[in-house]
Design a protein around this ligand. Structure first.
Ligand code: ATP
Ligand code: MG
Length: 355
């Protein structure tokens, strides 16, 4: 995908900040502050556009996110499936990368949604036999190969269309990795010591995308992170699940003496449903560190995920895209403040629930 001036203006727009205009972009282009667009053929006409490689340099100048002073490690996890964990991870990763923030997403869910969601290229073609295709797929290396020392960490980091966004794909061997970790000393710390710490040498933002099932990959991701991102669906089932999740998480955090912060993000909000509104309101008034924004239930969200894009890239004019930018801006402010504060003490997020 290439980016027009009007799309760039929307991708980097926030209602709380002065509007970025086409004129400002074109001025910056003519002064050499940002890269030059190329004339690209589109159906019967040509249009001046920026390529994905160029956009991070524009985001660095005109965007709303600043590079963190030191690398940030975030884990997206909650014990409930389908609540937009991966969609949030992909949106945050792409938006940060568009701001020239070097980002690496590590997929820890055997379902492989990061591998799909960031467009992993297996080099398959339609003329292949099923046997050749399977051989090709099985050759993809992941964390288990690195754990067994069959390859280096660099070997399993894959590029995307954005030069500032990389990822470590999930492979089916994550199941075996989970089992192998079980037999190790310091089994909760392998990911931090062998993956998160080395990644910090190269990336500003590291994101672990987790499955909804509590396992050793999750506990490893929790011991590695500065902040846990916990999406909470604005639906009654998730609401009931929250208390259990908080108590589980609280015990683990205490036993392991971890200091990560938890940031709750309401998702799948439906403004035309009374229950959804009430649940959103409850989250935002009762939970410490709950976003003032939310991710709305929308077809556009589904479509953006299917095309491996963030909402602001896919549908820049829609309110859902602006909501995503506001959510990420708010989250980023919290994260980078925490990041700046060397005497930071985590808050205890566990409050009694009174549904
Ligand atoms: N804003 C949205 N509204 C509704 N559906 C969405 C939205 N954004 C993404 N989706 C779709 O919802 C489905 C579940 O989303 P996602 O994979 O992010 O959830 P998850 O919490 O990671 O799930 P899992 O627990 O299986 O890992 C996906 O098919 C995705 O395309
Ligand atoms: Mg997921």
């Amino acid at each position: 995908m290439n980016y027009s001036a009007s799309k760039i203006c929307k991708i980097f727009s926030l209602s709380s900040k002065p509007e970025l205009t086409k004129k400002m972009l074109l001025n910056a282009e003519s002064q050499g502050v940002i890269p030059k667009q190329s004339l690209i053929a589109m159906n019967k006409r040509s249009q001046k556009l920026w390529s994905p490689e160029q956009v991070p340099l524009i985001g660095q100048t005109f965007g709303f996110l600043e590079k963190p002073k030191k690398p940030l490690v975030l884990t997206t996890f909650v014990t409930k499936g389908g609540v937009l964990k991966t969609s949030l991870t992909v949106n945050l990763a792409r938006i940060a990368a568009l701001h020239n923030i070097k980002t690496c997403v590590v997929g820890l869910d055997m379902q492989g949604d990061i591998t799909t969601g960031l467009g992993f290229d297996y080099n398959l073609n339609d003329d292949m036999s099923i046997k050749d295709a399977l051989t090709q797929i099985n050759q993809a290396q992941g964390l288990m190969d690195y754990y067994k020392k069959d390859c280096s960490l660099d070997d399993i980091i894959h590029p995307t269309d954005l030069p500032t966004l990389s990822f470590i794909p999930e492979t089916p061997e994550l199941v075996a990795l989970n089992q192998s970790l079980n037999n190790r000393n310091r089994r909760e710390f392998w990911l931090n010591e062998m993956v998160a710490e080395p990644l910090k040498e190269k990336f500003d933002l590291i994101l672990f995308d987790c499955s909804p099932n509590w396992n050793l990959l999750i506990t490893n991701a929790l011991t590695s992170c500065d902040t846990l991102l916990a999406p909470l669906e604005c639906k009654i089932n998730n609401f009931r699940n929250l208390k259990m999740f908080q108590s589980f998480l609280g015990s683990f955090k205490n036993e392991m003496q971890l200091k990560f912060n938890t940031y709750y993000i309401p998702t799948r909000y439906s403004g035309n449903r009374k229950l959804s509104k009430e649940i959103l309101n409850w989250y935002q008034t009762h939970l410490e560190n709950c976003s003032n924004y939310f991710i709305r239930e929308s077809l556009q969200g589904e479509e953006a995920s299917a095309l491996f894009l963030s909402l602001p890239e896919y549908t820049p004019l829609s309110p859902t895209a602006l909501e995503m930018n506001l959510l990420i801006d708010e989250l980023w402010q919290q994260l980078t403040q925490t990041n700046k504060d060397i005497n930071y003490k985590p808050k205890n997020n566990l409050r009694p629930l009174h549904p």
